[in-house]
Design a protein around this ligand. Structure first.
Ligand SMILES: [Zn+2]
Ligand SMILES: [Zn+2]
Length: 101
């Protein structure tokens, strides 16, 4: 019986449901009262929470991206450098070998 009552005026039987919070209401006037009084605030609060969450996610993503980018750069740098060093030391060794022989 209780669930059939309008949640706005709590007097009449509800016929409709609020599309955003599924609050039950009996008439258009009750829906308007609910939207202005409760629902708008609810949806606004939810929107703000979502925005904050999105910002936090974006910051986390950009931080993770930065870390991986830096890691990739240092990794490729060190591998290139070690390749060059290998090549140089081989050349130097060859030259030294030529000098010595
Ligand atoms: Zn009502
Ligand atoms: Zn609502």
């Amino acid at each position: 019986m209780q669930s059939k009552t309008c949640e706005v005026c709590k007097e009449a039987c509800h016929k409709y449901k609020c599309p955003s919070c599924s609050t039950k209401y009996c008439s258009l006037s009750c829906f308007r009262a609910h939207k202005d009084d409760i629902c708008e605030r609810e949806t606004n609060r939810r929107k703000e929470e979502k925005l904050e969450e999105n910002e936090r996610n974006l910051r986390a993503i950009s931080l993770a991206k930065k870390e991986t980018e830096e890691g990739e750069i240092t990794e490729s740098d060190s591998s290139e450098r070690s390749d060059d060093e290998d090549r140089i030391s081989k050349n130097v060794l060859d030259k030294l070998g030529n000098y010595l022989s």
